[in-house]
Design a protein around this ligand. Sequence first.
Ligand code: UD1
Ligand code: CA
Length: 453
Amino acid sequence: MALSVLILAAGQGTRMRSRLPKVLQPLAGQPLLAHVIATATSLDAADICVVYGHGGDTVRERFDGLPLRWALQAEQHGTGHAVQQAMPETPDENQVLVLAGDVPLLTKQTLQSLIDGSAPGELSVLTVDMDDPTGYGRIIRNGDSVTSIVEQKDATEEQLEVREINTGVMLASAENMKRWLAELRNDNAQGEYYLTDIVALAVGEGIRVTGIKAQDPDEVMGINDKKQLAEAERAMQKKRVEELMEQGVGFADPARVDIRGTLTCGSDVFIDVNAVIEGDVHLGDNTVVESNNLIRDSKLGANNVVHSNCHIEGAVTGDACEIGPFARLRPGASLANKVKIGNFVEVKKSTIADGSKVNHLTYIGDTEIGTNVNVGAGTITCNYDGANKSKTIIGDDAFIGSGVQLIAPVTVGKGANVGAGTTLTKSAPDDQLTVGRARQVTIKGWKRPEKKT
Ligand code: UD1
Ligand code: CA
């Protein structure tokens, strides 16, 4: 039977107290809804439909280009009403799997076990036992079968004691679903059309409702407020770090790292506390990331050391490079092997060849640096004239003294020395010393001015 997945994402998420629609709130750097869409996509579904409403087009635009069907729920009258919006275009013979846009940690395996465990014609509900079920709909059972779901706000004292809860995930044939939805009423505490009421309707028709329990309560957490969002973040980070540790990556403290993208590592990588990884990052064999580093969309080679407090984005390094402390590699920074970038050095859109060193307080932009070059402290490549960017080229074995300004476009020859304090406006030839600084004079008999009375 073909599978239609429906993702409910129209709610405002009042409890978030935010102008950003709930399903766009970030979890591990991605909107909540992105996680649910990714899981839905991993199933073998005929179509995936997202019910949207609050936040309107901002939600839709965020997922532009993905193969999704969108159903508008212009006014949000509850989860049952939301499912109804997507049903006209869902063929009767399909199975409908309902997911919530605010349950982002759900795995493909768990959904597959729900799909595999349900018989055609039945209604299946994914449930879980929670230590603290506050806020969730409670599962009311009669032996093996579920007889109803009662929302927190509608529950009696006795029902509130139930620890088995509704995860919001349900599976039924579209034909049954359409018939039940048409019968929903909103005479409840919230004045909404609850999807959960289809359980009692199915039971009333003599159709069996199966409750299939998920193993891990963390996985089916619903995110309604910032506290739950933070809890889900930690749960997701814990899972990611555990996977990496299984692959042999070392962490000083698995609770003090954030992976908001994809991290792949060679062998014996070690990551100290407070690393934030964003986008696609690769760390080569034996690379060490010291404390407080942000690394985004970068590929670092083997045996690198990233000292504390660096900001690295869109950079590529070879082997045995040393970066920081307090260095900034910007997009297009490309270091070959054994390159050293020291403290308070910024590198942008530049290539630095083997063995070169830029150790202190320097800006290197739009530059090509050869092998074994030494760039002295406080050197600036002046690449921008207010309108255009120009290139600086520094040949192999060049030595740039401290406090040099290289006014691009300019070339420093191979083996050239540029004296400290030089403002280089013309190319410096190979193997020569070029100095451009005012001659030093001492004025004899000069006296300090005295304060007038
Ligand atoms: C819902 C379930 C509850 C379950 C819990 C699991 C109902 C009535 N209650 O409660 O039994 O334990 O999820 O997390 O179904 N939405 C719409 N349109 C609407 C209302 C909601 O699209 O009109 C979407 C929301 O964007 C959200 C999802 O449906 O993604 C769930 O809605 P929410 O209001 O968070 O329901 P809960 O109170 O958490
Ligand atoms: Ca919810």
